[in-house]
Design a protein around this ligand. Structure first.
Ligand code: ASP
Length: 316
């Protein structure tokens, strides 16, 4: 087996140590570590990168702290509508879902789209119908409820504002600080294949069926064995306009940049020029990893078969 690695994120944004309690910090770290272990176990057992990213994202979706699956933010109408995407860098197969409701693990539905449909991207009711047909696990609305995200939504539901937010901070801070929540994973397996997965509840108080970058192949999620696997988090509208994930791939393919160089060019220059706050995680087919963000923090963790391990929240 060649070197293998996994990187995960749980969102980026204005995440400051002074806003965090030790208990909450510990809970985030434990949540990240649990997801990392679940995904890495797949790689250790000789599993595929696609299965590894799916396993890691499922754990993050099940964790109330992260804005994906259980604990997703509320829309203008007071429900959860979730987006997710997965891509296999070996075959360039991809599956995405947008605006799905009551699906316990949207990333599993995205994987079903990838492997068991003739399509790449399903949305809304049709995606939900497909979930039922495929036997993907559904949950009642209560399952997705979290008090702190409900309080966050209550603050702005009567306005036209929307918010990209993690919201453990005081609610009065809500409109002041933009914070992001989304989860993602990228992996390189022992066969030199790479994959990316991203899942999100999107933005608090979103309306009109708003969809962010996360489920859009090339914007928030991309994987290609020849270059990189990328999962993004941040202000989705800007990441869409920057075609952020695919731009990293292009810089590697056409300009010969390394993974780290290409991600820094996109995150620290191109996105900054467009005022696009956020970050991304990446791997290449040699197992190299990178975690780059232009915001105050990004929930993140990585593990490599050579023993390297890193976990962090803030910018240092
Ligand atoms: N990028 C996601 C979106 O715009 C949000 C996030 O990453 O926090 O839907």
């Amino acid at each position: 087996m060649q070197p293998y690695s996994l990187v995960i994120h749980g969102g980026a944004g204005t995440i400051l140590k002074e806003d965090m309690t030790p208990e909450l910090e510990k809970a985030y770290m434990e949540g990240l570590d649990e997801a990392l272990r679940a995904g890495f176990a797949v790689l250790e057992e000789g599993g595929t990168a696609t299965n590894a990213v799916k396993a890691a994202v499922v754990v993050l979706e099940d964790n109330l702290l992260f804005n994906a699956g259980r604990g997703s933010v509320f829309t203008k109408k007071g429900v959860q509508e979730m987006d997710a995407a997965i891509m296999d860098g070996k075959s360039l197969a991809a599956g995405s879902v947008a605006g799905v409701r009551n699906v316990r693990n949207p990333i599993e539905l995205a994987a079903e789209v990838m492997t068991n449909s003739n399509h790449v991207f399903l949305s809304g009711k049709g995606a939900n119908d497909f979930a039922i047909k495929q036997g993907v696990k559904l949950e009642p609305d209560e399952y997705f409820f979290s008090q702190f995200r409900y309080d966050q939504w209550k603050q702005i539901r009567d306005s036209d504002n929307y918010s990209l937010d993690h919201t453990h901070q005081g609610l009065e801070e809500l409109m002041k600080d933009k914070k992001f929540g989304t989860v993602g994973a990228v992996a390189c397996d022992g066969f030199g294949n790479i994959a990316a997965a991203t899942s999100t509840g999107g933005m608090t108080n979103k309306k009109y069926g708003r969809i962010g970058d996360s489920p859009l192949i090339g914007a928030g999620t991309y994987a290609n064995n020849n270059t990189c696997a990328i999962s993004c988090t941040g202000h989705g509208e800007i990441f869409i306009r920057a075609v952020a994930a695919y731009d990293v791939s292009c810089l590697m393919e056409y300009k010969g940049l390394s993974l780290q160089e290409a991600m820094e060019e996109v995150v620290k220059h191109k996105l900054v020029d467009l005022q696009g706050e956020g970050g991304m995680i990446g791997v290449d087919a040699d197992g190299n990893t990178a975690m780059v963000f232009n915001s105050a923090g990004m929930y993140r963790a990585m593990k490599h078969s050579n023993g390297a391990y890193a976990i962090g929240i803030y910018n240092s």
